[in-house]
Design a protein around this ligand. Structure first.
Ligand code: ADP
Ligand code: MG
Length: 393
């Protein structure tokens, strides 16, 4: 996959329309985590460094459900963006309409205008052509750097690309650079660690990765459905009975392809699913009646470590256990550390997995920590992301 980026086009003197993902967490009017703003800055700075450029920035924020709602205004986000960028950011009065047209037309070289929340209009998520065209009228060229929403075909992420020359920003370029080889030609051995809650939400990822990987670790809540298929006792652990056949045929296909599947061989359990539950270590694959598998045990972690030792490519999606509860976070923390210490190329994607590597402080030792939860999952499933596909024309 070769994407055109901001570096492949002449931006001099242009008004650039950029889509970013500034859907940041907010508390009492303050941005509590500015990772998403930070990750758009290299592209924003590059564009503003080109001679005579001005910038119109668009993003969604929260779910205002297609209506103008001051609670979802971009103003607090603009404030943080301005501080991080170190130059004035104007906030537009709206998303579309004559007033905004004038605000855009009045932009001088070097100036930045952040449009109001694109989701103030239902036309955004409906990918309405008229709305897309109006957004497109704000720029000479469109840059998409919103990886977090690239799996959605909305007006500001996809529609607008049909009306303007369209290129990727550095964030999308980086995400694609790390994810695409995993599905095409990964450096081998390639080990995938897939955890999380459900077989139903991860089976497509497993099937997609089984085409290129040498080994797959299956852990988290979904592992028990697989263990059940193998005839093991799983106590009161999470079971998706309607996915037993799917899990069974996945295991058969993996074996046919020569992909090693590593399932938990020991567990950290509890009798109740809650934070204060008494921790019970179970030193066998089988889980005694009445217990819930909440995390993987030390023998399982040793197996994962062994797989990771010589690996050249590693992808991790989905926590090993219920890491939100301190008593059951050890497996996820240990894997985060192992991945961080890997010499191969390491990629982590998925909302909760990324939260875990951040929480445990390993993010800066991992080659790529994806900024898109849903988008990274769909990428790993081998699906085309509309926001990226629209840049490939
Ligand atoms: P990601 O967002 O990284 O793709 P998922 O959303 O698939 O990950 O899964 C994360 C959730 O899986 C977490 O909330 C975690 O508590 C849950 N989980 C992990 N292990 C278990 C388990 N053994 N039983 C129940 N839930 C689990
Ligand atoms: Mg999740």
């Amino acid at each position: 996959m070769k994407l055109q980026t901001v570096k492949d086009v002449d931006l001099q003197g242009k008004r650039v329309l950029i889509r970013v993902d500034f859907n940041v967490p907010l508390k009492d009017g303050e941005v509590t985590d500015d990772t998403r703003i930070e990750s758009a800055l290299p592209t924003v700075r590059y564009i503003l460094d080109q001679k005579g450029t001005s910038l119109v920035v668009m993003s969604h924020f929260g779910r205002p459900k297609g209506k103008k709602d001051p609670a979802f205004s971009m103003a607090p986000v603009a404030k943080r963006f301005e501080e991080l960028l170190g130059r004035k950011v104007k906030v537009a009065s709206d998303v579309i309409g004559d007033a905004v047209k004038k605000e855009v037309a009045d932009l001088k070289a070097g100036e930045v205008l952040l449009l109001e929340n694109v989701r103030f209009y239902k036309e955004e998520e409906a990918n309405d052509a008229g709305f897309s065209k109006e957004l497109a009228s704000y720029g000479d060229i469109y840059v998409n750097d919103a990886f977090g929403t690239a799996h959605r075909a909305h007006a500001s992420t996809e529609g607008v690309a049909h009306f303007l020359p369209a290129v990727a920003g550095f964030l999308i370029e980086k995400e694609v650079k790390f994810f695409a080889p995993l599905l095409e030609n990964p450096d081998k051995p390639f080990v995938a660690i897939i955890g999380g809650s459900k077989v139903s939400s991860k089976i497509s990822v497993l099937e997609s990765l089984a085409r290129t990987c040498d080994a797959i670790v299956i852990a988290g809540g979904m592992a028990y459905t697989f263990l059940k298929v193998q005839g093991h006792a799983i106590g009161k652990s999470l079971l998706e009975a309607e996915y037993l056949d799917v899990a069974k045929s996945f295991l058969a296909k993996a074996q046919e392809k020569g992909v090693r599947v590593i399932l938990p061989v020991d567990h950290v359990c509890a009798a109740e699913f809650n934070e204060q539950a008494q921790v019970v270590s179970v030193d066998s694959v089988d889980i005694p009646e009445g217990l819930i598998g909440m995390d993987v045990g030390p023998k399982t972690l040793a197996l994962v470590d062994k797989e990771l030792k010589g690996a050249k490519s590693i992808v991790w999606n989905g926590p090993m256990g219920v890491f939100e509860f301190d008593a059951f976070a050890a497996g996820t923390k240990a894997v985060a550390k192992m991945v961080a210490e890997c010499t191969g190329t390491t990629v982590v994607g998925g909302g909760d997995s990324v939260a875990a590597v951040n929480k445990f402080g390993f993010a800066d030792r991992i080659d790529h920590v994806s900024t898109g939860g849903g988008a990274s999952l769909e990428f790993l499933e081998g699906r085309e992301l509309p926001g990226i596909k629209a840049l490939e024309k």
